[in-house]
Design a protein around this ligand. Structure first.
Ligand SMILES: [Zn+2]
Length: 346
């Protein structure tokens, strides 16, 4: 639209009138009232039933596996609020023997590192820090920031290419560690908007893992050698093991009550402090802000749009807070820091 003076006025972004899904989200449609197809199909009573079903499934797993190995569960611990919360929950409410591991992607903020140390000490859990070579990580993240070849467009509806790269490394390092240490459960702190409840208690299947790993490794092998990538993925020996040697994947926030207030209350009692050194959407990572702005510029929707719309739709976040979060711009100082560290400054 052209106005006096000839200046273009940007059209305001349209969002679902019930959740916060933007009109730029791939495949979204709105009815006459501006409600998206996901909200129209949403059945709140079904969520409650599913949560009960998965709670029972998890309880049965605990009964079966607790005390059979040195550790009952290996937990991916980023130092962020959600994974700090599940560490406490799994140890103190479910009585599990927990081993935590942190994947250091080279961008853990100082405040998050201090949170990690305080929380694992206070909880009394063993903790392993996995820090891959930064030159390898730098190549992977820098490629994710510019290439459209690494991941399918469908997977990018759920997370940015940079976060997808990071998360796939976390998952695969965790899986290999759980197999090699014979730990029967592998836990993640995905929010209920991030990962569907159907995958919240699920045994990993070697042939499926093999296929996804091949798909993931093929494009990475164009920038790194097999030797460089080897330590972060499953070996042929791992993959040849039977399904009984593979852990169950668990992300308990999908089937438990998810309240931000309760999360902060529990973790602050463990010495966790809200970091002031990260962007809008992360409580631990200094790469996240670049990942978000890079995704927005390339695909024209916020990479957290799907997660936040799910949280709003299911009543776990207010619509006003959801809108505020996906309309926010990440701090340019943090974006620039990450860009420079990845060598993306022209
Ligand atoms: Zn909606």
């Amino acid at each position: 639209m052209r106005h006096k003076g000839g200046r273009e006025r940007p059209t305001p972004m349209r969002y679902c009138s019930r959740c916060t899904l933007p009109a730029t989200f791939p495949g979204v449609t709105f009815d006459a009232q501006g409600i998206c197809q996901y909200c129209l199909r949403f059945q709140p009573s079904l969520i409650r039933q599913q949560m009960n079903r998965y709670q029972l499934k998890f309880a049965a797993l605990i009964k079966k596996y607790r005390g059979r190995s040195e550790y009952d569960i290996l937990v991916s611990y980023s130092g962020g609020k959600d994974s700090s919360f599940i560490l406490d929950l799994l140890k103190n409410e479910f009585g599990l023997k927990v081993l935590a591991f942190t994947f250091d992607n080279g961008f853990i903020s100082s405040a998050a590192q201090e949170n990690i140390h305080r929380v694992v000490e206070k909880l009394g859990v063993d903790h392993i820090l996995v820090k891959p070579r930064f030159d390898v990580l730098k190549k992977i993240f820098a490629t994710a920031a510019s290439s459209d070849e690494l991941y399918s467009r469908k997977s990018l509806e759920r997370a940015s290419p940079i976060c997808t790269a990071c998360i796939s490394l976390v998952k695969s390092i965790g899986l290999r560690m759980a197999i090699e240490k014979r730990i029967p459960l592998l836990g993640f702190g995905w929010s209920p908007g991030q990962a569907p409840i159907q995958s919240s208690v699920m045994r990993l299947n070697p042939s499926f893992v093999n296929l996804s790993q091949k798909k993931l490794l093929a494009p990475l092998c164009t920038i790194l050698s097999k030797e460089e990538l080897g330590p972060y993925f499953l070996t042929d020996t791992n993959l040849a093991l039977g399904a009984q040697h593979f852990p169950w994947n668990v992300h308990p926030l999908a089937f438990l009550e998810y309240s931000q207030e309760r999360i902060f209350q529990r973790i602050e009692a463990l010495g966790w402090q809200r970091p002031a050194d990260t962007g809008v959407h992360s409580t631990n990572c200094l790469l996240n802000s670049l990942a978000i702005e890079n995704h927005k510029a390339r695909y024209h929707f916020h990479p957290y749009a799907w997660e936040i719309a799910n949280l709003v739709r299911s009543g776990r976040m207010s619509r006003a807070e959801g809108l505020e979060r996906i309309r926010a711009t990440e701090p340019s100082s943090i974006v620039d820091y990450a860009r420079e560290r990845l060598g993306l400054v022209s």
